[in-house]
Write a protein that binds this ligand. Structure first.
Ligand SMILES: Cc1cc2nc3c(=O)[nH]c(=O)nc-3n(C[C@H](O)[C@H](O)[C@H](O)COP(=O)(O)OP(=O)(O)OC[C@H]3O[C@@H](n4cnc5c(N)ncnc54)[C@H](O)[C@@H]3O)c2cc1C
Length: 433
């Protein structure tokens, strides 16, 4: 037998790859996880919250030993216009403790791969997989710069721009409207100042979704997260919007940072890091075929992201686990055919992953074609309403409300308002049906 032969090769040591690797190792299978970065997490960035319950399926009680930053007890939705903002804030109930945690991927991914190594997975960092090796149409290994590795099954967990899934003929080039560019800055703040500004205790954190403002009218959102001693400010906008409007994401981020609703939270901080990464945005309609003879695709490589809820890591972790469980059954049956691996699709279909992505399948399309109104006009009107409601100007309230309604209708035709309402209803029905 070839000395480079294992049961399963996993490409990529992000959440999908580590979850696949650890599941296989725990089942006593020989698995190698190949990662191009110097260490797991060295090439990765995200917003960043991981979700506790799906994560605990792979790493039970991880919060006791893993490098987590803060337990997010507060979610804020900040609807911004040019210079004002309306904030809805939700504090989690106590029994929801440990819903999500902020983490720093360079530390978190490193901890995760160490857990996989402890379980028996072999880890090969600083190794780029260049191609797949096929025999009689079935994938039987991978080629790296230095050597080839062989296996019964390969699991691709190589992220959003999966060149290998493309080489396998499962994916085509990413479409500009099916991917967003996410950029962010990490800004250092002394712990006591951060906790005072965000009204937090020593381990609790806050997550803010930023709607409108400099992103007004575009398919894009901003975010503000708290780490232990730093805040993360960032945004994501689809590539087609950036191209169409010839916008530089960094200019948008600068504008966001200067918004009066944001600036007080970050002022005086020291810039630690700036990074950018692509995010799959196409949802259900952009998911490629996820298996072929000898091969399965998990996580971002399969476009498995629920961007309405900012969930990516949990879909990656759970899809990696389901791919591994399929591989275990295939190894036991000595059957690595497409027919056998179709079981992976069945497992995905009966999990929350495909159920959620399917029920949200029309949302992105509808929001995309209505982005000027849903993410531009209405955020402005929400602020105009609260401006009218809170403003004290010695005018009869009735007159102020009438002026607001007159402007609301004047600035958007009745037929457009009607269409917006129908589209909003269509989205709601789509989710519930
Ligand atoms: C700006 C931004 C904000 C986000 N915010 C959140 C959030 O708050 N919460 C959340 O749940 N999700 C968030 N996401 C999504 C989340 O980060 C991804 O869904 C998740 O990381 C996908 O995991 P993965 O393992 O599939 O891919 P990745 O984490 O991208 O890992 C892929 C790995 O494969 C390696 N690799 C690629 N090609 C090769 C190759 N040829 N050979 C060897 N190795 C290779 C890469 O180096 C990388 O380590 C965000 C994403 C971005 C970009």
């Amino acid at each position: 037998m070839n000395e480079n032969k294992v049961d399963v090769i996993v490409v990529g040591a992000g959440p999908a790859g580590v979850s696949a690797g650890i599941t296989l190792a725990r089942a006593g299978k020989k698995v190698v996880i190949i990662e191009r970065g110097d260490f797991a997490g060295s090439k990765n960035m995200f917003g960043g919250a991981i979700y506790a319950r799906p994560t605990a399926e792979i790493f039970p009680n991880f919060w006791e030993t893993a490098p987590v930053e803060r337990n997010n007890v507060e979610h804020k939705y900040v609807v911004m216009s040019g210079s004002d903002a309306t904030t809805i804030s939700y504090k989690h109930k106590e029994q929801d403790a440990y819903n999500s945690f902020t983490v720093i991927r360079a530390k978190w991914d490193r901890w995760c791969i160490n857990e996989a190594k402890k379980a028996g997975a072999y880890f090969a960092p600083r190794t780029v997989v260049r191609d797949l090796i096929k025999r009689s149409g079935r994938v039987i290994g991978v080629k790296t710069d230095l050597e080839s590795f062989y296996s019964d099954i390969v699991i691709l967990a190589d992220g959003v721009n999966s060149l290998l899934a493309k080489k396998a003929g499962l994916r085509s080039d990413i479409k500009d409207n099916a991917v967003a560019l996410g950029i962010k800055e990490v800004i250092k703040l002394p712990k006591n100042i951060l906790e005072e500004r965000f009204n937090l205790d020593s381990d609790t954190g806050s997550v803010s979704e930023l709607i409108g403002g400099p992103l007004s009218g575009m398919l894009g959102l901003g975010y503000l997260y708290t780490n232990k001693e730093s805040v993360v400010i960032g945004l994501g906008v689809t590539l087609d919007e950036l191209k169409k409007r010839k916008l530089k994401p960094y200019d948008l981020l600068n504008e966001l940072k200067l918004h009066p609703a944001i600036e007080p939270f970050i002022k005086g901080g020291e810039l630690l890091e700036y990074s950018a990464h692509l995010i799959p945005e196409g949802g259900y309609n952009s998911i490629p075929k996820l298996y072929t003879d000898g091969l399965m695709v998990a996580g971002d490589a399969g476009m498995l992201v629920n961007n309405v809820h900012w969930e990516g890591t949990n879909l990656a972790l759970v899809s990696g686990k389901l791919a591994a469980e399929t591989a275990i059954e295939a190894l036991e049956a000595h059957d690595f055919s497409e027919n056998m691996l179709a079981l992976y699709q069945e497992k995905l279909d009966s999990s929350f992953i495909m159920k959620d992505l399917k029920s949200y399948k029309d949302i992105i399309g509808i929001v995309h074609s209505n982005s000027k109104s849903f993410l531009g006009y209405y955020p402005e009107q929400i602020n105009a309403f609260f401006h009218t409601f809170t403003n004290v100007d010695s005018m009869p309230k009735k007159e102020n409300f009438r002026r607001f309604i007159k402007n609301f209708i004047k600035n958007r035709k009745i037929s457009d308002l009607f269409k917006d309402a129908c589209d909003a209803l269509k989205m709601g029905i789509g989710v519930l049906k």
